[in-house]
Structures are given as C-alpha cells and as structure tokens.
Write a protein that binds this ligand. Structure first.
Ligand code: ADP
Ligand code: ASP
Ligand code: MG
Length: 440
C-alpha cells in the first residue's frame, strides 16, 4: 500500500483536482490519498478565528462570506452532473452554516481548532464527490476516526496504527482511500491539528502506521531544492537525499516539508518522494536511508530564533553546570536548537518563547544572561559535509560580509549551522548560494 499526499496548490483549483484524480488512478497499488485544504483556505480560517477572538463579528462575517463565495464558485467548475453538484452544495452549506453559527456563540481555543479543521473536511468531501461523479470506487476515511495526539501534542503512532489497520481491514478489496491531512483528535477528544503544514506529517504518520511501500508528497515544485526558491534567484532540485539530511532541512525551515515529517517514515525505512503535481514526470526528490553523494547539498533558514548567553565563572573547570542549565529548559518544555560553549559561557537558541521570562529569570542564578531576539539559523546540510574538504571554509568565506553570532559544526556529520541576526538572513542565503554550490 502507498501514500499520496497532495498539498493546497495541488487541490486549489478545479482543474488541479482533476489532475489529482488522474494521478491517483494511474497505478494499481492500493493507495491512501491525503489531501490538504484548498490553497488559501487555512489562512482564511485563521483570519476568521482571529476576528472572532477579537470579538469583531462584522469582520468575521465578512471573512466567512468571502471564503463561502470562493467555494460557491469552485464546485460548478469541478463537477458536471446535477446530482454531484447538489451533493457539493450540501457539503458547502453544512460547513458554512457551522462557521456562521460561531458568530452567535462565545469563542474559545477549542472552537478555533474546529474552525481550522473545516478546510481539509471541505477539500476531501468535494474531491470524494468528484470521484463519485466519475464512478471511481473509493472509501472516505475520516482522519478524526484514527489520527490522534497526546497531552504533549505528540502523535500517538501506535494507536493510529491500530485504529487505521482495523478500518482498512473492513475494506480488503478497495484500492483508493481518501483522508484529510493536518487534522486529528487530542487527548481531550477535541478536534485539533498537527500545526501549519501538517498534512505532510499526516502522510508520513499514515505511511508509518501501515508500513507503506512509499510516501509520496505531491506539491507545486519539482522536489527539494538546494535553497529557498522564494528567496534566492537560482535553485535546482536535489535528486536524492538521506532521511537525516531531509529531516534537518525540514526542521530548519525548508517549507516544502513540515518540520517533523521525516521521522515516522524513517522509523520504518519508508522512502519519501517529493513530486510536482503540475509536472508529474519530473524526477523530484527521493529521500531514503542512505545516499552516496557527499558535500554541501542544500541550505535552509529558520527565523524567529532567540539566542540566550549564560556567562559564569562557575562554569570554569566545573562539571554539572550544563546539566543544571539544560534542566531549566526541560522544566519549561522548551527545546534547544543550537549550542555553543566556551570555558566561561554557553549560548543556546530556542524558538519556543512562551516561557522565556521564567527561563531567563532562573538562569540568572548562574551568572549574567544576555538575550538576543530576532535571530535566524542558517542550516547548511549535506552528507558528510563536516568531513568534506573545504566545505566549512567555503561556508565561512561566503559569510565574510555578515556578522555571525554563533557557528555549530561537528555536532553531526551532515550539518553546519550558523546564527545571524534575522536582518541578514536573505543576504546570507544569497551569498551561500553563490559561494558553496558549483553552478557550472
Ligand atoms: P503544499 O501546499 O503542497 O504543502 P508548500 O507551500 O507547503 O506546499 O511547500 C512548497 C513550497 O515550499 C514551494 O512552492 C517553495 O516555494 C517552498 N520552499 C521553500 N524552501 C524550499 C526548498 N528548499 N525546496 C523546495 N521548495 C521550497
Ligand atoms: N491546510 C494546512 C495548512 O495550510 C495543512 C497543510 O496544508 O499541510 O497549514
Ligand atoms: Mg505544505
């Protein structure tokens, strides 16, 4: 069995949904199709939630109506028969009635998460109606019946696997299953989600849950590129990368993949393919356990980073100091990304800022603490990059014009991370693009 996930742009127009239909019916292997919301929908739902949170019902209503109009224009171009169009009208009516009811009741975070779930529910139901109209047999699999997260918002892979396998066992002769990306239930049995871009994570979790043969992520670009195509002028797709390289790039900002979307596939050694819905025969990127290529492969950047420096003479020749420092971050469930140390100071970076004040206040017990906000991590990734002759040199040479705050090298063989003030992010990505890749 395989997984095919289609992102927002891939289902964002009626003709694209038809392309998706063509792609999922090309093969013969049983397939779970994971769909995102139509492009722009989740952003619009975020906007509706924000207006409701601000108690601005007029604005919320305006935003609901704009989104509603988008769907009312969408379905007649998607579907041809009166019967299918009637079904689509009912689906759209149901979900927009739900949104309109929210104008009349008091708002809370659980309601907000319900709002955010409407996009994937709409896209999958409309797509399923298209398959019905074309008499393509398929099973509708509500993600809320099997996808779940625990009290720490971590996916419950074992439970997901048990539930999903039980559901699939009821349909032994079916070939196509349609489900929603992104949405899930939480430990309170409320509707929740896997954070923005989470449909990739759904795909990989579903792949791991059923030990799929492959997890295909279909998007609007021909694979993982060597740099962020939204920022630098020339980029090129990477044919192959390892799970470790891809996980690092996703975590450090390559938007094409949700930051956590690699580990489930890696756990069961399931190859992940990044493919372009608009150019289905382009090679794309194959992500697998081992690759032979070495040297710098790609660069990504993550902003919204805060650097914290703790300077203390108690650190000199002492043991146990770092443990005490890390315990404070652990206590506040705040992950550390980068670390650099000297004999009397340690610098760390975080991007989860909800407990920054408490963390800083407790760290002050150890010495002086300095906080730099608005930083960006530039992550240079490649198999054996740390051992590739000249690789570190070319990275540092490319950044001579840029003040570098931290450098982390040697933590793994496939990564060099550099921390710069966020204002230098674009310049750093551009200089590295010219400096570390061979464009001939
Ligand atoms: P989807 O809606 O299919 O999930 P996303 O917008 O989430 O698509 O991800 C695809 C986009 O990621 C691309 O259009 C591209 O602009 C952006 N992107 C950022 N960094 C990279 C990269 N290194 N390689 C490829 N795409 C990237
Ligand atoms: N629709 C969700 C979002 O826009 C999930 C996804 O597209 O992956 O974040
Ligand atoms: Mg995405």
């Amino acid at each position: 069995m395989k997984i095919m996930k289609f992102g927002g742009t891939s289902v964002g127009r009626p003709e694209r949904m038809h392309q998706v239909k063509d792609l999922i019916t090309r093969g013969t292997e049983p397939t779970i199709v994971v769909l995102s919301a139509l492009s722009g929908t989740t952003n619009a739902l975020v906007g509706i939630g924000e207006a409701l949170a601000a108690a601005d019902k007029t604005l919320a209503k305006e935003r609901i109506d704009t989104l509603h109009a988008h769907y009312l224009a969408f379905y007649p171009a998607l579907l041809q028969t009166a019967e299918a169009r009637e079904k689509a009208e009912d689906i759209i009516k149901e979900h927009f009635e739900f949104l309109n009811i929210l104008l009349k009741i008091s708002f809370n975070e659980a309601i907000n998460r319900d709002i955010l779930a409407q996009g994937e529910l709409l896209s999958t139901k409309l797509f399923y109606t298209l398959l019905g109209e074309l008499q393509i047999p398929a099973v509708f699999l509500p993600a809320l019946d099997f996808m779940s997260i625990d009290e720490n918002s971590e996916p419950e892979l074992e439970k997901i696997s048990e539930r999903l396998k039980a559901i699939l066992a009821q349909h032994p002769n079916e070939r196509l299953f349609i489900t929603q990306g992104y949405i899930c239930k939480n430990h309170r049995n409320e509707v929740d989600n896997l954070k923005r871009g989470g449909s990739d994570y759904t795909a990989s979790l579903v792949a791991a849950a059923i030990q799929a043969s492959v997890c295909e992520i279909w998007t609007d670009i021909d694979g993982m590129h060597n740099n962020d195509p939204r920022v630098v002028d020339r980029t090129r797709p990477i044919a192959e990368m390892s799970f470790d390289e891809a996980a690092e790039l996703a975590y450090f900002g390559a938007k094409i993949l949700h930051p956590a979307s690699i580990w489930p596939a890696q756990l069961y050694n399931i190859p992940v393919k990044l493919l372009n819905t608009m150019q289905p025969d382009a090679g794309g990127t194959l992500i697998k356990a081992k690759v032979d290529t070495t040297g710098v492969k790609a660069i990504a950047a993550k902003d919204g980073i805060t650097a914290i420096k703790i300077k203390s003479s108690r650190m000199l020749l002492a043991y146990g100091f770092l443990r005490q420092v890390f315990e404070i971050f652990e206590k506040y469930k705040t992950p550390i990304d980068m670390i650099t140390t000297s004999e009397v100071a340690v610098s760390v970076t975080i991007d989860e800022l909800s407990h920054l004040d408490q963390i800083v206040s407790e760290l002050r017990d150890f010495g002086t603490v300095e906080v730099d906000q608005n930083q960006a991590i530039i992550c240079v990734v490649g198999n054996q990059v740390a051992e590739t002759k000249g690789a570190l040199q070319s990275v540092l040479d490319s950044l001579v014009e840029i003040p570098v705050r931290m450098v982390s090298f040697g933590g793994s063989k496939h990564n060099v991370s550099i921390l710069v003030d966020a204002q230098y992010k674009t310049q750093a990505l551009k200089s590295l693009n010219e400096g570390v890749f061979d464009w001939n």
